[in-house]
Design a protein around this ligand. Structure first.
Ligand code: 6CS
Ligand code: FE
Length: 274
């Protein structure tokens, strides 16, 4: 939810109000074609770096060796770091969070044509609170689409207004849950009856459009996506900004904290340790 104000921008009071009401805000054309092309080249070079294969921060699809997500991209690439620190993104995060942001998590979700699988409905905060020890909902995700996003390549779907609802999730966090949940999450997700009721009330939105669009969404907004059944990839880069005074501590509902590539310390560099 919005804690800051329009002040000096970059977001207008109207955009902040929309974010507050819906739990997300889509800005088509956030990056220009030249910026998108450079980031796509960088993404391909990361995806094709042999030394990243088989590493814990490289997540493969549940039933194949296709790369599903690559984490900590702002530490793996100077160009993605520059983007994570871009004043246009930091400024938006600062307005929404009402305080200084740092990057809690970054990743590329690759979703190649035909091969990319979906994500079950979930709230990110559920995981970050239970498993990473994030105290309160002072975090926002910035997702930039690096490929054209359409109805058939598995765009992100969100339930407007769901960020204002506490949805209890059942099940205890198993040991090393992330090894399973990052491929296909089945624990810590809402039940079907609650989802059905929320969707009946608020519907589902799936912002689509040309590469370069920015989607900002609240850490508690319920979201998910389908598999990519089209030939076209649907690749996103995500940066999660958390408020500095909301840094993570001991997990609230897990025995051990997850590896640092999933939950960064505000003032610590991370290296892949190749
Ligand atoms: O476990 C996590 O931290 C990540 N998993 C999902 C499915 N969404 C949010 C987050 O990046
Ligand atoms: Fe998520």
């Amino acid at each position: 939810m919005v804690k800051g104000d329009a002040g000096q921008g970059p977001l207008s009071a109207d955009q902040l109000e929309r974010f507050e009401r819906q739990g997300f805000l889509f800005e088509p054309g956030f990056l220009n074609a030249g910026e998108v092309a450079a980031l796509r080249r960088e993404m391909s070079s990361l995806m094709n770096t042999p030394s990243f294969r088989g590493r814990p921060f490289t997540i493969t699809e549940p039933d194949s060796r296709e790369i599903r997500s690559l984490f900590a991209v702002h530490f793996l690439s100077r160009r993605f770091r520059q983007l994570a620190e871009d004043p246009r993104l930091i400024g938006r995060a600062r307005q929404i969070l009402g305080g200084e942001p740092y990057v809690h998590q970054s990743r590329i979700n690759y979703k190649p044509g035909f091969k990319g699988k979906g994500f079950n409905w979930h709230s990110d905060f559920e995981t970050w609170h239970a498993e990473d020890g994030m105290p309160a909902m002072h975090a926002v995700s910035a997702s930039i689409v690096l490929t054209n996003n359409h109805m058939f390549n598995g765009p992100l779907m969100l339930i407007p207004g769901s960020h204002k609802v506490f949805v209890p999730c059942f099940g205890e966090t198993p040991e090393n849950h992330h090894e399973q949940s990052l491929k296909r999450q089945e624990i810590g997700v809402p039940g079907e009856a609650v989802l059905a009721e929320l969707i009946r009330r608020h519907g589902i939105k799936a912002p689509t459009g040309a590469a370069g669009g920015l989607l900002l969404f609240d850490c508690n907004t319920l979201h998910g996506s389908n598999a990519n059944m089209s030939p076209d990839p649907r690749s996103n880069v995500f940066f999660v900004y958390n408020r500095r005074d909301n840094r993570c501590r001991a997990p609230f509902a897990a025995r051990r904290r997850r590896p640092e590539f999933l939950a960064h310390h505000p003032d610590r560099e991370w290296t892949p340790g190749l």
